[in-house]
Write a protein that binds this ligand. Structure first.
Ligand code: NI
Length: 149
């Protein structure tokens, strides 16, 4: 288990478009384990690789109250969305702040798992929000760009 340092707003890693993963190596698996450890340690519900300084398209999410249902998304893409939700959002890279952001109510993503098998997953409410927020990180975007006054 290793906790990695979370980059905060102002760090250029958070503004970059990340590269797709072509192969899951032992190093990739270690990165994913560390991302989960780092997310749980920080009390977050999601973390994207650029937040720990790695410019690869990898996201981890866990929106369960118990923190025992990790989701790992490699090269995730949003394939459909529906509805709208407006609510509070925060980010481990923007410490001690939150803002109101509108996101789709339901989001379906396509991604690869740790064995590079493709799968799709549908999320609602907080999970839908997490999909959008984390995938935005992979394209160098932070939720603060989307805050409504
Ligand atoms: Ni974030």
């Amino acid at each position: 288990m290793a906790i990695r340092k979370i980059r905060v707003i102002g760090d250029e890693c958070l503004t970059k478009v990340c590269r797709p993963v072509t192969e899951v190596t032992d190093r990739t698996k270690m990165l994913i384990e560390d991302m989960l450890d780092t997310m749980y340690d920080a009390g977050g519900v999601g973390l994207a690789a650029p937040q720990v300084g790695i410019l690869k398209r990898i996201v981890v999410i866990d929106v369960s109250p118990e923190g025992d249902s990790p989701i790992v998304l490699i090269n995730p893409e949003i394939i459909s969305t529906s509805g709208k939700q407006t609510g509070e959002e925060g980010c481990l890279s923007v410490p001690d702040k939150s803002g109101i952001v509108t996101r789709p109510k339901k989001v379906k993503v396509k991604a690869f798992d740790i064995d590079m098998n493709e799968f799709t997953l549908e999320g609602e409410d907080l999970l839908a929000r997490a999909f959008c927020h984390e995938i935005d990180h992979l394209d160098g975007h932070l939720y603060v760009e989307k805050i409504e006054e």
